[in-house]
Design a protein around this ligand. Sequence first.
Ligand code: MTE
Ligand code: MO
Length: 335
Amino acid sequence: MLIRTHQDGFIHPLSSDITPPDAYATRRQLLRQWSAGAAAAGLAGWSQREAFAQGTSAASKLAALPALPATQSSLQGAMTVEKLTSLRDATTYNNYYEFGTEKSYPALQAHTLKTSPWSIEVEGLVKKPTRFNLEDVMKWGAMQERIYRLRCVEGWSMVIPWIGYSLSDLIKHVEPLPSAKYVEFVTQADPQTMPGIRGGYLDWPYTEGLRMDEAMHPLTLLTFGMYGEVLPKQNGAPVRLVVPWKYGFKSGKSIVKIRFVEKQPVVSWAKAAPQEYGFYSNVNPSVDHPRWSQASERRIGEGGLLDKKRKTQMFNGYEAQVGSLYAGMDLVKNF
Ligand SMILES: Nc1nc2c(c(=O)[nH]1)N[C@H]1C(S)=C(S)[C@@H](COP(=O)(O)O)O[C@H]1N2
Ligand SMILES: [Mo]
C-alpha cells in the first residue's frame, strides 16, 4: 500500500514513498529525454541514430518549464506501461479551440495566455462559495504522477504522464451540499489573449460537466502538470481536468470556475451538436459517432496514416475501474 487515507479525508503519500529530490530530478530528465526519442539511442543502425540525433536536437528546443514534483500513483489503472507519447507530439498536436481549430495552432498561439495570477471560483451548491488562489488549491491534495491514455473523439490517442491529484480531494475540501448532483467546469474565455474566441466556433466559455459520482471517482484527475513539469499553455495551463475513460473533450483546459448544480448542465459540445456529443461521452467502441466509427484509433507518433490502427477499448481501457458507475444504464441512449 503506497497510500493511506487520514481521518481528515485527504490522501497523503507515506513519507517513505516521497521520491527524494535528487532521484526526482533524474527521473524528470529521463522522462524528457526518453519521451523525446532517446529510447531509440540504444538501437543500432544509422537511421535510428540519425532519428535520435534529430529527436534530441528538437527536444532541446522545447523550453523546460518549472518542475512539479510528484509521487507515482498506486491507484488501480493509473500507471499504464504503454510507450509514452513524445513530449513534442503531446505539445504540438493539440485541441484547444480558443487558440484556433488546427492542431498546430495552440502551440503557436497559446503563449499569450496569462496563467498567473490565477484563481478558481467555486460556486453554486457548496457550503461557502469562494474564489480561491491557484496556489492554495494546489495544496489540497498530494501531487501524483499518473500515466493515462487520452482518446480524442476524432479517433486518435496519446499516452501522457500527467501530474495532479484526484478531483475528489478538492470536492471534499469545498463541501458540496447534498442537493449538488453534478459538477460543471467553466474554462477561460479571454478575447484579448485567445484569438479563437472571436472565431465563434463554440458558444464561449467552453464548459464541461460530470455527474457527482464521476467527479468523485479517484481516477478523475485535477491536473497541474505533465512530463515532470507544470502544464504547457497549449495543454491547458495552469489547471485542467483529465477524465481518462471519456473522450478528450470532457477534459476542459484552463479551468476558472467549478460550479455545483442540481440538474445536468448543458455543456459546450452537447449544445453545439446534441446528436453527436452526449453528456456522458464515455469512450465506447460499439457506439459510433454519427459521422464515423469509434471502433479503432490511431496512436499519435506510431507509424504513418497507413499503419494498422489500434482497437479502441471500452471506457478507454478503464472498465474495471469505472464500469460500475454505469451499471444498468443504456449506454447507447446515454452516449
Ligand atoms: N478549454 C478547452 N478545453 C479542451 C479543448 C478545447 O478546445 N478548449 N479541447 C478538448 C479536446 S477535444 C481534447 S482531445 C483535449 C486535448 O488535450 P491535449 O491537447 O492536452 O492532448 O482537450 C480538451 N479540452
Ligand atoms: Mo478531442
